[in-house]
Design a binder for this molecule. Sequence first.
Ligand code: M7G
Length: 331
Amino acid sequence: MDCNTATLSEIEDLLRRFRFKEVLSDDTSSKTIWLLGTIATTNVTSVDDEPPVPGQNAAIVVLERLAFSPQTIAKADCSLDSVLLATGERNDVYAWATGDARVAALKPDVRIALTYPATQKHIDKHRRQQRKWVCETPELYAKVTKPFIDSQPASRIQWVYNILSKQVESEHILFEDPDPERGFVIVPDLKWDATNMDNMYLVAIVHRHDLRSLRDLTNSHLPLLYNLRSKAVVAAQKYGVSSDQLRLYIHYQPSYYHLHVHITNVLLEGKGMLAGRAHLLDSVIDNISNIASDYYQRATIPYVLGSSDELWSHWAAHQNTSSDEPTTIST
Ligand code: M7G
C-alpha cells in the first residue's frame, strides 16, 4: 500500500521515540511479537523512562515477519553476494545458517503496526492470557453482553467512522456502495501488507450504524448481506483472488461493535478463523433466510474470551452473583 511521505515520516518519528517496556505476547506460527512501551517526548534514548500510562504515553508495537512474496522475488535480483551470517553449521554436502540475506528483493521483511496512545483495552487484548469458553444463551446475551455493548463509547470505533467518512484510507477503498441501508466500504485490512495474495485480507464495513454484531441480524438485512457478498468477490478479483478462493466471515465476539465482514484468501489460516469466533457469512445468510429470521436472537452462541477481556469481567461478575445455569461448558 502506498503511503504519502508526510504519513511515513510521522510514523517513523513515533517509532524512533518508542521505548520498549514489556513483551505482551508472541506467536511463533505467525512470527509476530506484541510489545508494550511508551512514546518518549524526544528521540534522545537516555531520557523518558516513564512507565506506560494507558490512554496517555502507552504504545503497542506489533512486529510481524513478512512472508516471501513470489511476485516481488520474480522481478528482482536475488543474489546473495552481500549475505551476513550470525550462526552456521556444515555437514558433508549440507550447510545451514542464520543471518541477514541482504537481498533487496526481500525487503521490507517486517511489518510494523503501532497503536498510540494505547488504552487499557488495547493492552489487555494483546497480553498473553488464559482463554475462557462461555456459552451465551439469549437470556445471558440480554443480561451480560448487551449491557456491555451498550456501554461501549463511540470513540472505540472512531477509526470505522473515519473510513466511512473518507477521512482516512480513502485512497485504498476497493469498493463502495454508499446506500445508507445496504451499503458498505471495502478496504484492505490493517493486518495485511497488500503484497502477498495468499494472505489477502480485506474488511467490509457497513454504512449503517445500528448493526453492532451478529446478534442484531435478521432477514431484513439480507439485501445488505447479499450485496456485500457479491461485491466482496469483485473487490477480491482486483487482487486476482477468485470467488472460490474466498473465506467471508463475521466475528462473534468482535473487537469493534460496528458490523463488518472479514474477507480473506482461503489459504490464510490463523486465530481469527477459529471455531468459537468466526461465523461464515454463507452460514449466517442461510440461517436467517432458511431457518429463522430471528435465528441470531434465539441461538445459543458459544465463544472464547481472554481472561483480561473487559467482557470476561462482566461474565465473571455475573457468575459470582447469579444462581442461573453455569455460563461455561461443564463436563
Ligand atoms: P474484529 O472482528 O472486530 O476484531 O475485526 P479483531 O481485530 O480481533 O479481528 C476488526 C478488523 O478490523 C480486524 O481484522 C482489524 O485488523 C481491522 N482493523 C482494525 N483497525 C483499527 C483498522 C483500521 O484502522 N483500518 C483497517 N483497514 N482495518 C482495521
